[in-house]
Design a protein around this ligand. Structure first.
Ligand SMILES: NC(=O)c1ccc[n+]([C@@H]2O[C@H](COP(=O)([O-])OP(=O)(O)OC[C@H]3O[C@@H](n4cnc5c(N)ncnc54)[C@H](OP(=O)(O)O)[C@@H]3O)[C@@H](O)[C@H]2O)c1
Length: 339
């Protein structure tokens, strides 16, 4: 087999605040033949996700950072082009965690085979993959929405938020989505069936949220933090549940938070309203994955859950697309087509 060269993007330096193009470096490198138990993958799609901002930092976290000079981490869909693993043949399409590159070796034991007939393979990175599972497990296990309740979620046009809103509706709850800009808000209503959509850029955002939740908020699925959480918090009802999934509004923060310390007020309401505020990482619920997959495949087939993908072309575009993800420039699940 002719020698394969991969293009890859490595972490050149750690960002201070907002990442810039200079924090990334494009390289080429030869890829070895697979050893026993390995396969060689031509990577077709790369998922870009907010958690990658955390991997660029060496601050204490739930996962190890990418080393300086290391390939940026990420979920990928690839085609097997050489195999020394008995379960994988040339032509198989697999889910791997190969990072920001165009070819990679992978241990067969770490791969999941995908069936391109069952669903478009990109969905393994979105609605049928990690983000969809995050929405399902976090909302149903911690949020526990009930018929007639009000569920609020921000980053609501993204893969996690749009799925949260749709599952909330399937459970009979009223769903209120928060997104940035008129186009995204229109999609929340027309594509994803939210009851109400609110643009967080509106100057009267907090007032609009209050009016959209006349009976208060029973479940707030936290994706962003910042001013959205500040507007939500006074509206939480007795026994409200808050799955804390992400805080994307503060991922680029350098650690100095503006404004007065509101911790005592927050703790007072946690106590007096009997609030449940629980952070989670989706893998905490990994035993629910088979049930999630079965249910989500059925919901998609019955047009009860819809998804939107935002696909950019070429590995070279990944840094700029990722920087935009942290600022709301994506519209749906952000994916890079690699070939
Ligand atoms: N805990 C876990 O295991 C887990 C797993 C997956 C994802 N997550 C978290 O889930 C959240 C959503 O992830 P995703 O993959 O679905 O991302 P996404 O929605 O595709 O992208 C992030 C979105 O956040 C919004 N945003 C950015 N800055 C904001 C701000 N200052 N205020 C309000 N909204 C802001 C933007 O949407 P707008 O244009 O609408 O503002 C942007 O499009 C993230 O916080 C992520 O870290 C957690």
């Amino acid at each position: 087999m002719a020698e394969i060269t991969t293009k890859r993007i490595v972490l050149a330096s750690r960002p201070q605040g907002r990442p810039t193009a200079e924090n990334f470096r494009l390289e080429t490198a030869p890829v070895a033949e697979p050893a026993d138990g390995q396969v060689l993958l031509k990577l077709l799609y790369l998922s870009l996700d907010p958690y990658m901002r955390g991997r660029m930092s060496d601050a204490k976290s739930y996962a190890a950072p990418v080393a300086i000079g290391g390939v940026m981490e990420g979920g990928t869909v690839g085609e097997v082009i050489a195999s020394k693993h008995q379960d994988f043949a040339v032509g198989d399409i697999v889910l791997s965690h190969s990072g920001w590159q165009t070819y990679a070796l992978a241990d067969g034991a770490t791969l999941r085979k995908l069936d391109p007939q069952a669903a478009p393979v990109t969905t393994a990175l979105g609605v049928l993959g990690m983000p969809g599972f995050t929405a399902y497990a976090g909302l149903l296990t911690i949020g526990q929405p009930k018929a007639g309740e009000t569920v609020v979620v921000a980053a609501a046009s993204g893969p996690v938020g749009s799925t949260v809103g749709q599952i909330a509706r399937l459970k009979g709850a009223r769903s209120v989505g928060i997104a940035g800009g008129a186009d995204k808000c229109r999609a929340l209503i027309e594509e994803f069936g939210f009851d109400v959509a609110i643009d967080h850029y509106r100057p009267d955002f907090a007032q609009a949220l209050r009016e959209a939740c006349p009976s208060g908020i029973d479940v707030y699925f936290e994706n962003v933090g910042g001013k959205v959480f500040e507007a939500v918090f006074p509206l939480l009802n007795q026994f409200a549940r808050v799955p804390v999934c992400g805080l994307v509004a503060q991922y680029n923060s350098t650690g100095d938070f503006e404004g007065p310390d509101r911790l005592p007020l927050l703790m007072r309401d946690v106590l007096s309203k009997s609030l449940t505020i629980r952070g989670f990482i989706q893998r905490d619920f990994s035993e629910q994955r088979p049930a999630f997959y079965q249910e989500m495949v059925n919901w998609i087939a019955q047009d009860k859950v819809r998804y939107r993908e935002d696909i950019v072309q070429g590995l070279e575009q990944a840094p700029e697309a990722f920087i935009g993800l942290l600022e709301g420039r994506n519209f749906g699940k952000l994916i890079v087509r690699l070939h």
